[in-house]
Design a protein around this ligand. Structure first.
Ligand code: NAD
Length: 311
């Protein structure tokens, strides 16, 4: 059982902490935030629930208190404003992420760094470079949540459990993300074959609707309640399980590409084997020509955002 630190105890950081508390996956959670009062309030509130949950020590602390963590989760930053694209957040959050990487560096030890702050692909790269850690130890939640949303939307149309749907979104966690329709299967049956046995025959009209629903879901949720927190926290729990239990799970997370999929020196999401060492392998999935081109276009969008951040 392990210690996890969370930098940024806003709506996302606090919900991640609460999700980890309920899951009984860790022995200690440290919350670090510029707003120490807020972090202390969350730690106290969650600690009062310890009569009802598995035991875990929850505290608010400083960067030095992160020492000994297996996983450090970075959610600090400005959040997306209604109507604001993820890319517009870049300059604001890159500055915050640079500062955090500098402050956390002396206390990282053996920890892996998991980045959530948006735009997550750019922030993962910023923290990777500023921390000086090897690529496998710094990664972002990337399109894991988008892949979950894709599975959910398919499950609703196909009337099956989302856990029986295997579907991946890769590339940017943002507008240019790529839906790997050629790889979708339900219980091992390719989607088109699954659809042949269904009277609805809705695939061609539902495809664009599904993509739109997934692509726009963060905007719809933010429009409705101001922020997103539950889905992303469950995605983070899944990544934390893979790392802390050394599961070797294949998850679409944002990792440094070093030639995989024809992409060099930037972070984007692809299926990765996630285990005790962090990113243990980037899996190169066979893609259709259309998907390959869309992935390269998505990489180009991340690259131009990175270039403006580093210029
Ligand atoms: P929030 O405003 O509620 O919380 C952000 C917290 O960061 C605040 O408590 C703030 O005090 C803290 N903070 C700011 N600068 C800091 C610094 N330098 N050091 C320490 N703490 C600092 O925002 P939120 O809703 O929790 O969202 C946090 C981030 O997560 C945003 O960038 C958001 O876009 C992102 N997010 C990502 C995903 C994803 O799938 N990757 C999903 C949801 C939200």
């Amino acid at each position: 059982m392990a210690k996890v630190s969370i930098i940024g105890a806003g709506d996302v950081g606090a919900t991640i902490a609460y999700t980890l508390q309920l899951a009984g996956l860790v022995t200690e959670i440290v919350l670090v935030d510029l707003d120490q009062k807020r972090a202390k309030g969350h730690a106290m509130d969650m600690s009062h629930g310890l009569f009802f949950t598995p035991p875990v020590r929850i505290s608010a602390g400083e960067y030095g208190d992160c020492e000994g963590s297996e996983l450090i989760i970075i959610t600090a930053g400005a959040r997306q404003r209604p109507g604001e694209s993820r890319r517009e957040l870049t300059a604001r959050n890159a500055k915050i992420c640079r500062e955090i990487a500098t402050l956390i560096r002396p206390h990282i030890g053996k920890a892996k760094l998991l980045v959530i702050t948006n735009p997550v692909d750019v922030m993962t790269y910023v923290i990777l470079r500023e921390s000086g850690l090897p690529p496998g130890r710094v990664f972002g939640s990337g399109t894991l949540l988008d892949s979950a949303r894709f599975r959910y939307e398919l499950s609703q149309r196909c009337e099956v459990d989302p856990r029986s749907v295997h579907a991946y979104v890769v590339g940017e966690h943002g507008e240019s993300e790529v839906f790997l329709w050629s790889r979708v299967n339900i219980g091992g049956v390719p989607l088109e074959t699954f659809c042949e046995g269904c009277p609805k025959k809705c695939l061609s009209e539902e495809r664009p609707r599904i993509e739109e629903a997934v692509r726009r879901s963060a905007y719809h949720i933010i429009e409705a309640k101001g922020y997103t927190n539950f889905g992303v926290s469950l995605a983070v729990l899944r990544i934390a399980e893979a790392v802390l239990r050394g599961e070797g799970s294949v998850l679409t997370v944002s990792a440094l590409m070093q030639g995989e999929y024809g992409v060099e020196d930037l972070c984007l999401s692809a299926p990765c084997v996630v285990g005790g060492g962090g990113i243990e392998r980037i899996v190169e999935m066979p893609l259709s020509e259309e998907e390959k081109e869309a992935l390269l276009r998505s990489a180009q969008i991340i690259r131009s955002s990175l270039e403006s951040t580093f210029s």
